[in-house]
Design a protein around this ligand. Structure first.
Ligand code: ADP
Length: 722
């Protein structure tokens, strides 16, 4: 048994090395191939993403360079002074929305915005203008006018004096102030229309002149006009004047400090809202309301812009100076670019000039602030749209702290990622591109690689199939070889015991020591019986061998089944009758003749009878019957002995199979009897059926067809296994 196990292990090992190892190797190679493909695909994807990032970055670079070049050209076109005038600057800003604003970095290291309409400057930043020299006469007359106005409250006289002083005044400042005083007394005198005219004159000619309070005369005059129009009950004119004022304020017309701006802007809005609310709202006024709203919105955005520029103005100079002094070796044609941060805000700065080494103006640097929002919403968005394929690739732009500034709708998760900077790190953002990672399994299935997948499957399948097959056949083979060795030992035993008794009896007879004739007869009977048993056994073994090799010849001829059975039964009765066995026999009266091999059929029936006796377990009753059923003659041998377990009922027909129960073990046998029965019946195109219940006995039925078996199979074992 152990050697069998060893054999089995050896065969399995052989299989493992001979088939398993090569297929594993093949599998591994296939796997490697796929991995290589995958790596290649990934590399290609990466390359494509890099290309896209490069295209986007260069689109940004191109837009910025173009702005810088155009600005430099504009700056230098003016007699090399690097000093374009503000009208040209405004035009430039309009042409390039990418420019948030233009600034100058003066030698005094302050930032100036020559083209910005700031709403205001920081509180305290406004310098009080020096009062210009003025003629003594004009001042004296003005003082006299004030005396008349405030002390004597003689408004007519005051007006005359103010007019006179205006004629004497030389400076714009003085004339503006005098005119302002004139309007004031006209108002006090009830001459509202005159006052309005005078204020209009002030607004027109002396608007930017600052009065004693530092407020531009034009701005103050505007509010006076609104008030006067209201006094004159001309609400339409008052509204229009207030709206104009608010428009001027939000347009950055007046140079004011922040507190002043807030004050006047609030005042203008209040005036507008008072006028609007005192009117029943008909269609025309509804339109005015929207006018006001539009201006309010504009104010919000202008405030934001102003704040940004003011913060930059306050915080950036030191950084800018450092930038300017840095000798960027590459000396870009455009300018020195940097992203600056001040008070939580980010600025994209391009510093241009100076171009020449000498002269005064060389110390003036021009700078451009690049509009981040426009860069994102317009230039970047367009570049992504243009260069990123519509499907499968996601993009994002991230700020220096990794915050997402903008991104495509769907960024595929769990994907290949590529990050890239903008050229020169400007802006200081990162481009992030993602593309679905080629997964191992997907690589299997994508076209062209499907072959790998199926090769892989096939190898696996073959491997498993081979393994199962090998294990099965090895197990079967080992079982068979176990049964064969069992068979040899049982058969030799089977031979030995009759031979021993034959020899023993023969010796007795030979020596003549048998006392009576009766006894001698008995000995002869036993001799015949034992030799018959030997003959049957030998026939079984020989027939089995013949059938196994396909050499067994059947000779078919018409056979009378009933007679055949009769002979078999009476032979059996003779054999075992003296042991007390009762063998009943019954046959239908008209049984058709069968085309059969009589000898073989007898052998089959003998085997069945033999088994019925062997496994009788003391129930010494056996019945044999033959009946016609349709196109079959059914021969049954029934016993009432041991019976066969359900799960064994198929196995008992296998060659060398012997029942597993202890009781059958003690009964002699070769395990060939039923195998032969089955083969013989099948050679007759019939079948064997077994009905049995454990402990109740068994019935073996041979179903033999009445038709003659086909010529082609004549004489050959149909189930021959070579
Ligand atoms: P053998 O009888 O020589 O062992 P067989 O091929 O004739 O071989 O029978 C195979 C096995 O089937 C027997 O070992 C026995 O266990 C079982 N068997 C056969 N016939 C009967 C029967 N009539 N009653 C119970 N068991 C039987």
């Amino acid at each position: 048994m152990n050697s069998l196990k060893r054999k089995r292990r050896r065969i399995l090992l052989l299989f493992a090395f001979g088939v398993g190892a090569p297929s594993l190797l093949l599998g591994y190679l296939a796997f490697r191939g796929i991995r290589n493909d995958q790596a290649l695909l990934e590399k290609r994807n990466r390359g494509e993403l890099r290309l896209i990032a490069g295209q986007v970055a260069s689109a940004v670079e191109k837009s910025i360079s173009k702005v810088e070049e155009d600005f430099t050209r504009l700056a230098e076109s003016r007699d090399n002074s690097l000093n374009p005038d503000s009208r040209e600057l405004l035009k430039f800003k309009k042409r390039y929305p990418l420019v948030e604003d233009v600034f100058l970095l003066h030698r005094d290291r302050a930032v100036h915005y020559p083209a910005a309409a700031l709403l205001y400057v920081p509180d305290g930043a406004m310098k009080t203008a020096e009062r210009p020299q003025e003629s003594a006469a004009a001042r004296e007359t003005f003082l006299a006018g004030q005396q008349a106005e405030f002390r004597a409250r003689d408004f007519k006289r005051a007006a005359i004096l103010y007019r006179q002083s205006r004629g004497q005044a030389r400076s714009l400042q003085m004339r503006g102030e005098v005119l302002n005083a004139l309007a004031r007394v006209q108002k006090k005198d009830g001459l509202f229309r005159d006052a309005v005219d005078t204020y209009k004159l002030i607004a027109q000619d002396f608007g930017q002149v600052r009065g004693l309070s530092g407020i531009p005369l034009g701005l103050a005059a505007g509010f006076e006009i609104v008030a006067l129009d209201l006094d004159l009950e001309d609400r339409g004119a008052a509204f229009q004047a207030a709206l104009d004022l608010y428009k001027e304020l939000t347009g950055g017309k007046w140079a004011l400090e922040k507190a002043q701006y807030d004050f006047f802007s609030l005042k203008a809005v209040q005036a507008l809202e008072t006028i609007l609310s005192s009117r029943e709202s008909n269609g025309e006024w509804a339109a005015y309301k929207t006018d006001v709203q539009v201006l309010k919105n504009r104010e919000v955005s202008e405030r934001r812009k102003t704040e940004r520029l003011l913060v930059f103005q306050a915080e950036a100079p030191s950084e800018l100076r450092r930038m300017a002094s840095q000798d960027s070796g590459e000396s870009r044609a455009g300018g020195k670019r940097a992203a600056l941060n001040a008070a939580g805000r980010s600025y994209l700065v391009s510093l241009l000039g100076p171009r020449r080494e000498n002269g005064d103006r060389e110390n003036v640097l021009w700078g451009l602030l690049i509009d981040r929002e426009f860069l994102k919403a317009d230039i970047l968005a367009k570049a992504f749209q243009r260069y990123v394929p519509p499907e499968g690739t996601g993009w994002a732009v991230k700020g220096p702290d990794g915050e997402r500034l903008m991104s495509s709708g769907a960024v595929p998760a769990d994907s290949l990622e590529l990050q890239a900077d903008f050229s020169g790190g400007f802006p200081d953002w990162r481009i992030e591109l993602r593309r679905q990672d080629p997964h191992l399994f997907e690589s299997f299935l994508t076209s062209g690689r499907g072959l790998y997948f199926f090769a892989f499957l096939l190898i696996g399948g073959i491997l498993i199939f081979g393994l199962v097959l090998t294990v099965r056949s090895v197990t079967q083979e080992l079982e068979l070889s176990r049964m064969k060795s069992d068979f040899i030992s049982t058969v030799s035993h089977e031979f030995k015991s009759p031979l021993t008794s034959i020899r023993h009896l023969a010796e007795m007879l030979q020596s003549g020591r048998v006392p009576s004739e009766d006894r001698r007869r008995k000995y002869y009977d036993v001799l015949v019986e034992q030799s018959e048993r030997l003959t049957r056994l030998t026939e079984n073994v020989l027939d089995f061998a013949r059938m196994e090799e396909g050499r067994k010849e059947f000779r078919f001829e018409p056979v009378n089944v009933a007679a055949l059975l009769e002979d078999a039964v009476s032979a059996a009765r003779e054999r075992v009758g003296h042991e007390g066995f009762e063998i009943g026999f019954r046959a239908d009266r008209f049984l058709p003749l069968l085309e059969a091999d009589g000898a073989a059929l007898s052998q089959a029936v003998d085997n069945l009878l033999d088994n019925a006796v062997k496994y009788s377990a003391g129930k010494k009753k056996i019945t044999v019957s033959a009946e016609a059923r349709g196109r079959h003659v059914v021969v049954s041998v029934r016993d009432f002995g041991l019976g066969i377990k359900k799960e064994e009922q198929d196995k008992v027909f296998e060659r060398f199979y012997r029942g597993g129960e202890e009781l059958t073990r003690t009964v002699k046998g070769s395990g060939l009897g039923l195998t032969l029965v089955k083969k013989i019946v099948e050679a007759h195109k019939g079948s064997v059926r077994l009905e049995s219940e454990l402990g109740m006995g068994s019935t073996f039925s041979l179903w033999l067809p009445v038709n003659r078996p086909k010529e082609g199979n004549h004489g050959k074992d149909p189930d021959h296994r070579g």
